[in-house]
Ligand binder design. Structure first.
Ligand code: NDP
Length: 330
């Protein structure tokens, strides 16, 4: 196809953003050796920031937003990818500095793509998306630092969100006892169904706290940051590890070094965007092996791409539960 439709995000001279779904030409796409007919994308927290302009995620104008996509290769000069092959893309600056996934067509360097594991449909791979792949990176970071099921409970913050829901599901399937922290205690049944052993109110963690508290968990997956992360560290048991990936409460970290120097706690930073190809392939292989697809389907809500602007505001307001797949084909 030489023409296709895509969402374009533009900024005027006053700095106001606008989003238009319009017919586009392949000549507008950026360089890359693989072109993909995109069937599905998703909405992550970062997509919400980009679409609303709440944070300077987009650094090239105009931009096709969408940090994730899945689809079928239509042209390829990369020997690793054949025409007709199904692929996934997460991050690498797509939707930020390189034209993104809210489009019927995308062109990227082949080295950015991951072959779709046969376990997943394209739609399921976007139900995982950057949020789920990041949850897997967090679990792998805990494992790499020696945290094992049976060592103690693992806390998941922002548990009803995308990273949180997949983290709860994965950790529970792997045999960990999971404590889910949420501001939506009405979602207790949802979190218990995903495998949480107990649910705590996030207000326990969101206010300024003490440098060290009672030792409650051996590890944590934190997508919230700020006071929550400081309190998560203060409640981590001797020798434990906290995987920090997010900033839903804030980008600050108002804590002390006490958990590190008095309890040997490790703070493991997680970045999904520029993670090397080998790391992301390993994460997707683990997702294919360890993620319960019935649970994934139960946390997934499928919407048409036209709903992306509305969903962007909802995800920033903490109103999106689990994961949203955006259907681009029809
Ligand atoms: P979601 O919006 O789906 O989930 C975030 C969750 O955080 C919400 O559902 C809510 O959970 C909780 N939350 C929201 N606001 C607050 C607040 N003010 N205080 C405390 N908790 C809050 O987003 P994602 O799961 O897609 O992303 C989560 C975070 O991880 C984001 O900050 C995102 O930017 C980051 N991220 C980072 C990546 C990386 O590579 N490092 C990759 C992917 C995501 P509940 O209602 O259960 O309390």
């Amino acid at each position: 196809m030489s023409t296709f439709n895509a969402f374009w995000l533009s900024k005027d001279d006053e700095g106001s953003q606008s989003l238009t779904w319009r017919e586009s030409n392949t000549e507008e796409l950026m360089d890359g050796d693989v072109t993909v007919a995109v069937s599905h994308s998703t909405i992550n927290y970062k997509d919400g920031l980009a679409l609303t302009g709440s944070s300077p995620v987009v650094r090239r104008w105009p931009m096709i937003p969408g940090i994730d996509f899945a689809g079928t290769v239509t042209t390829s000069s990369d020997p690793s990818f054949a025409v007709g092959q199904q692929v996934i893309l997460n991050g690498w600056g797509v939707g930020e500095t390189h034209l993104g996934g809210y489009s019927q067509l995308a062109r990227v360097p082949g080295g950015w793509l991951v072959a779709l594991p046969p376990t997943f449909t394209s739609a399921q791979s976007m139900a995982v998306g950057t949020a789920g792949y990041t949850a897997m990176l967090c679990v792998m970071a805990l494992e790499d630092r020696g945290v094992r099921p049976g060592d103690g409970a693992i806390l998941v913050t922002g548990a009803s969100g995308g990273v949180g829901s997949v983290a709860v599901s994965l950790l529970s399937s792997l045999g960990y006892e999971v404590i889910a922290s949420t501001g939506r205690v009405e979602e207790t049944d949802y979190l218990t169904h995903l495998g949480a052993s107990s649910v705590i109110n996030r207000s326990e963690l969101s206010e300024p706290g003490r440098p060290l508290g009672k030792e409650r968990w051996i590890g944590a997956v934190d997508s919230v940051g700020s006071h929550t992360l400081a309190n998560v560290l203060a409640g981590t048991r001797y020798g434990g590890t906290v995987a920090a990936c997010g900033l839903a409460q804030g980008m600050d970290l108002p804590g002390s070094v006490a958990p590190f120097i008095l309890r040997g706690v490790t703070l493991a930073g997680i970045d999904s965007v520029m993670a090397p190809a080998a790391v992301r392939k390993a994460a997707w292989a683990r997702l294919a092996k360890d993620l319960d697809l019935k649970k994934l389907d139960s946390v997934t809500n499928t919407q048409h791409i036209s709903q992306a602007p509305q969903l962007a505001s909802e995800i920033l307001a903490g109103k999106v539960r689990g994961r949203v797949v955006l259907n681009i084909e029809s």
